[in-house]
Design a protein around this ligand. Structure first.
Ligand code: KIV
Ligand code: ZN
Length: 507
């Protein structure tokens, strides 16, 4: 290692996709979905996974417990308010986890203390210290957040930070809870904390920025530049309101401008695009095409002068190699003549560990797809195997579907389903083939759910591409998402609807 390399600090990545990210409107995930995301976050190499808020719901509690039991590598963390019952619940969820952290928080801004919690600054400080001590009696690794730190009196803020470090916090997180600060101001605050908090060398300074003014990444980078050692972020920047600092942006900014920040992370950046796609698929929250790093246009050069430069020398207009985030230029992997072995090898390379039965079932689907589609890409394989990974019990399965529709024809769908071993059939009309299909499925299953969302996208290019449909259904206050992929988009739509109905029926 050269002398200048030795000066490059390693910044910890604390991923909160499963906690703050899940607070995005409509992004709630099932325990199985959270587990899938957590396994991908481990492949991505995040340092800490905030797996949930144990006391907030039985689902969060179970997700933390299962992620802790099944995901190796990162530290697993639960959020807890600075309350005894929260901290005890976080401990209960984490107690068997080998690498664990309790993250407790209390507001410190006068606005919050006066109007929301109606407690004095002294009382807030006392509770924070007591609850850090309680958390420390359970785990070594305790993080404390003074919520709304950027609107807190800085003198009081440094007092709180010093006291919680004294009480045992090994990470102090500075949240810009309402996305109010600016890069220069936030950088100064981090510098002040470093200078004024006497015991700051005993803790890592973390930052947690919200994106209300579109400044979350810039504010986090400014904090790193001024000494922060941990960044809290989410995949695709999802999160409360306008979201959190985007993991892929902050990580790639540090990697690309390591020369400037003198800091980097240990993230396996080749896993970024897969992580982004998985979170989009599971949450149903799309990524805007022009989003930095993971947007569909992030590496698309349109201007002739740019294309000319790129053909001559990539670095003329490309500051990040697409391959470095996992976008491969040689994406064609398999075709009609590929055998079981090649398919199994590719699944392994993509990071999937399936049982022999799951591999066989996915291979049959692959063969079927290869008959319809000449070139099979990684994205196609991922769509195919998502059903195997999801493991939703099949109360309903699609056995047959035929459609008539076209110009001046009444769209008609005949649907055959297997429901608990028995085949049933129904024909319905609709204002389009999807509407007719959904009416037939709805009548056959007797569902009372309502369709909140219907989204179609093509997985790869070309008219033979797989179409992927995502739906969101609501029934009795519960929302679930369903996915279906097929070269026929009406079949994909039927599969997505049935997948969501199975999720509703399964719990
Ligand atoms: O935004 C925030 O302040 C939070 C805290 C719980 C860290 O999410
Ligand atoms: Zn937050």
């Amino acid at each position: 290692m050269s002398a200048s390399e030795a000066e490059v600090r390693t910044i910890r990545i604390f991923d909160t996709t499963l906690r703050d990210g899940e607070q995005s409107p409509g992004a709630s995930m099932t325990v199985d979905e959270k587990l899938q995301v957590a396994k991908q976050l481990a492949r991505l190499g995040v340092d800490i996974i905030e797996a949930g808020f144990a006391i907030s719901s039985p689902g969060d509690f179970e997700a933390i417990r299962r992620i802790g039991a099944e995901v190796e590598g990162p530290v697993i963390c639960s959020l807890a308010r600075a309350k005894e019952e929260d901290i005890k619940k976080a401990w209960e969820a984490l107690k068997d986890v080998p690498k664990k952290r309790i993250h407790t928080f209390h507001s410190t801004s006068d606005i919050h203390l006066k109007y929301q919690f109606r407690v004095s600054r002294e009382e807030a400080l006392k509770r924070s210290v007591e609850m850090v001590k309680l958390a420390k009696s359970f785990v070594d690794d305790v993080e404390f957040s003074p919520m709304d730190a950027t609107r807190t009196d800085p003198v009081y803020l440094t007092e709180v930070i010093e006291a919680v470090i004294e009480a045992g916090a090994s990470t102090v997180n500075i949240p810009d809870t309402v996305g109010y600060t600016t890069p220069e101001e936030f950088g100064k605050l981090i510098k002040t904390i470093k200078e004024k908090v006497k015991n700051i060398d005993k803790a890592v300074i973390s930052v947690h920025c919200h994106n209300d003014l579109g400044l979350a990444v810039a504010n986090s980078l400014s904090a790193v530049f001024n000494g922060a050692g941990q960044v809290e972020c989410t995949i695709n920047g999802i999160g409360e309101r306008a979201g959190n600092c985007s993991l892929e942006e902050v990580v790639m900014a540090l990697r690309t401008r390591r020369d400037f920040f003198r800091a980097d992370t240990t993230i396996n950046t080749e896993e970024i695009i897969r992580s982004s796609r998985l979170v989009t698929k599971i949450t149903g929250i799309p990524v805007q095409p022009n989003k930095a790093i993971v947007g569909a246009n992030a590496f698309a050069h349109e201007a002739g002068i740019h294309q000319d430069g790129l053909l001559k020398e990539k670095t003329t207009y490309e500051i990040i190699r697409p391959e470095s985030i996992g976008l491969s230029s040689t994406r064609l992997v398999l075709g009609k003549h590929s055998g079981r072995h090649a398919f199994k090898t590719r699944l392994k390379e993509l990071g999937y560990e399936l049982t022999p039965e799951e591999i066989e079932s996915a291979f049959q689907k692959f063969k079927h797809l290869a008959d319809q589609k000449k070139d099979i890409f990684d994205e196609d394989i991922e769509a195919l195997i998502s059903e195997e990974i999801e493991k939703t019990p099949e109360v309903y399965s699609l056995v047959g579907l035929s459609i008539t529709s076209g110009l001046n024809q009444k769209p008609t769908a005949s649907v055959k389903l297997k429901i608990e071993g028995k085949e049933v059939e129904m024909t319905e009309h609709g204002d389009g083939p999807v509407d007719a299909t959904y009416k037939a499925i709805s009548a056959l299953t007797g569902t009372k759910s309502s369709l909140l969302k219907f989204d179609v996208k093509s997985i790869t290019g070309g008219t033979d591409a797989l179409g992927e449909v995502t739906v969101a259904l609501e029934e009795g206050g519960r929302t679930v998402r369903g996915h279906g992929a097929d070269t026929d988009i009406i079949v994909a739509a039927a599969k997505a609807y049935i997948n969501a109905l199975n999720k509703l029926a399964g719990r």
